[in-house]
Design a protein around this ligand. Structure first.
Ligand SMILES: [Zn+2]
Length: 178
């Protein structure tokens, strides 16, 4: 049986969890994940300025940033232009390969079913996200697409990196709209 690889990035770190964090993140300490999540957060803030739902994503391979994007659904009049989709497309173009093996995707929000499916299609190795999306999240909240036995690829997941900043950005946005 495959083990569930969702790891909580809580500040309280016991020995085994600490080791698990390093192994699941290809030797990266949590601070490296926070650094890239800040890139995604900046893209989310830029999206908000443009009147979009503030979600941001970046795609990284090794220490190289392949792509960073925020939501563009309204800007592009495109229901598929979620931050993850925009960033995956740009990363694939940059690599010249529709398979994004060995890449890490950082997203401020738990991906939806479409985006989680795209992570599988792209063969992304690790997804790091900030806040859970209790309504539409398809990684942990619903469906568990990244860990589905029926699919022929599995994406490792670390959740809760800079969670409060990512969540507050969403909460502020929806509060302002009410
Ligand atoms: Zn999505």
């Amino acid at each position: 049986m495959r083990s569930l690889t969702v790891i909580f990035a809580t500040p309280i770190v016991c020995c085994s969890l600490f080791e698990a964090m390093f192994s699941a993140s290809e030797g990266r300490p949590l601070s490296a994940h926070e650094r890239w999540m800040r890139e995604a957060l900046q893209a989310a803030r830029d999206a908000r300025t443009a009147g979009e739902v503030p979600v941001g994503t970046c795609v990284v391979i090794g220490d190289e940033l392949l792509a960073v994007a925020g939501n563009r659904t309204r800007t592009d009049c495109d229901p598929t232009a979620h931050a993850e989709m925009v960033a995956l497309r740009a990363a694939a173009r940059k690599l010249g390969n529709y398979r994004l093996a060995k890449t890490i995707v950082y997203s401020t929000l738990e991906p939806c079913a479409m985006c989680a499916g795209a992570l599988i299609q792209a063969r992304v190795s690790l997804l790091v996200y900030g806040a859970a999306d209790e309504k539409a999240g398809a990684v942990e909240s619903h469906f568990q697409i990244c860990d589905a036995n029926q699919l022929n690829h599995r994406v490792e997941v670390i959740k809760g990196v800079l969670e409060s900043e990512c969540r507050e950005l969403m909460q502020e946005f929806f509060k302002e709209r009410r």
